[in-house]
Structures are given as structure tokens and as C-alpha cells.
Ligand binder design. Sequence first.
Ligand code: NDP
Length: 253
Amino acid sequence: MTPPLDLTGRVALVTGASRGIGYFIARDLAAAGAHVIAVARTVGGLEELDDEIKAEKARSGKGEATLVPLDLTDMAGIDRLGGAIHERWGKLDVLVANAGVLGVIAPIGHVEAKVFDKVMSINVTGTWRLIRSVDPLLRLSDAGRAIVMSSGAAHSAKAYWAPYAASKAAVEAMARSWADETKNLALRVNSVNPGATRTAMRAQAMPGEDPQTLPHPSEVAAKIVALASPSLGETGLIYDVPQGRFISYRMPE
Ligand code: NDP
């Protein structure tokens, strides 16, 4: 039997922690003992998370949160966040780069330039800027773990999903390059395909679908937090939640 995840004394940064999958990843990391730095724009969602984490701490003595209302298009803000983490903790143990937007489901020629730019700015440039900001801090951890949220769309590349699919293919490729750069260090970097999950983003993408047919984000999050474990060995892979296993898309040179 796998021992329960123990993240006591570890610092974890989770983006998109105000709702959906990121909310429950943040909650579960705190329940495992981590100090969670919870990032999103919606203060109400972050406060709700904080209330849950405080209630759990009262029960089990485990977990804490620092709330960071931040728009991931604010590149200077992302840089400042890395500086603030360095000042307060001198390291980062876990990064969950989860925040993302769908943009629009539409034929490629109908996508408005501002929508395309927004998807790229949040999903790709914001994620890269965050990685750049915290990479030195993850290297200072004795077991840095990075989890970068991708999507099956990066590979299925279905009709009408072009901006989102392209953005997820991009973050996944970044994560794999980063993993290759750091493979001889303690840092482990993996992407995740959470699979179709009952969240606001999925409802936007598939308005005709019955959400009750999909797993709740808490179920999906529970399977992802294991990638934060200090004992994880894999790096440069994609953890596919629906299949419950790691897969590799690396081509031979
Ligand atoms: P939600 O739409 O439910 O949540 C998205 C999160 O990202 C929110 O917390 C939101 O916070 C945050 N976010 C969005 N834009 C910004 C921004 N500009 N700055 C800071 N934070 C931002 O999405 P899901 O939980 O469904 O998705 C989480 C991840 O999983 C995404 O990367 C998504 O692409 C991926 N995914 C989801 C699937 C699904 O079926 N749900 C399937 C495959 C992948 P706020 O608005 O408060 O800023």
C-alpha cells in the first residue's frame, strides 16, 4: 500500500486555485501538510479555499495557505511573486501550473485575434513566465516537483479547438524541454491530462453535455496530487488521469 502523501514543511504554488481542478489540488496539498500559495484573480474563490484549509487545520493540524490574487497576464507580477517566495521561504517544493482558459470553440478562420492572443498569453506566456520565475526556487528544494496542466486536446487536436489545442501542445513541449534540462537534478517535471472534468471550462466547451456524467474535480485532483510526492521518480512524461498512467510522446531524434 502506498503511504499517505506527507508534505509537511513543503511549500506549494498552485495557479487557478479559485475553482475547478486547481481548487481541489490546492486543498489536497494543504491537507497533506503543505503551505499552499494559492493564485487566481477571483478573491472570493481563494477565500473559500482558505476557509476550507483553515477548517482542516483545526481538525488535523495540517496545512496553511497564502492567497495571491494575481492575473497571469501580469508578467511583472509573476516575477515579483517569485521574488516574494524567495524572500519568505528561500525555496519552492511544488509548482502546479494549472490556470488556463479555453478561448473559443470555433473554426480556425473565425477566431478573433484578441481571443487567440488571450489564450496564448494566459496558457503559454503566463506559464512560461511562471516557470522562469520559480525554476531557481524549485532547484533549491531537495525534491522539487512541477506539474504542468495540459489536455488531451494537445494531441487529439479536434476540429474547432485550434487555439486551446495549440496552447496546450506548447505548454507540454515547454514542460518536456524543462524536464530534459533538469533530468540530472532532484527536480521532476511532468505534464498532466486531467481528462474531461466537471468544471466551468468544460461546460463552456461542451454546453450540451450533462455535467453529472463527468468526474467531479475533487476526484480528478486526488489523482494528480501524487505527482507532488518527494518519492516520485518520473520526469518529462505526461500523466494521463483517465488511463491512470504515465505516457511519453517523445520522438526519437
Ligand atoms: P476552470 O475554468 O474551472 O478554472 C480555471 C482556473 O484558472 C480558475 O481558477 C481561474 O481563476 C484561473 N485563471 C484563468 N485565467 C486566469 C488568469 N488570467 N490569471 C490567473 N488565473 C486565471 O478550469 P478547469 O479547472 O477545468 O481547468 C484547470 C486546468 O485543467 C486548465 O489548464 C485546463 O486547460 C485543464 N483541463 C481541463 C479539463 C476539463 O475537462 N475541465 C480537461 C483538460 C484539461 P480566476 O478566474 O479566478 O482567475
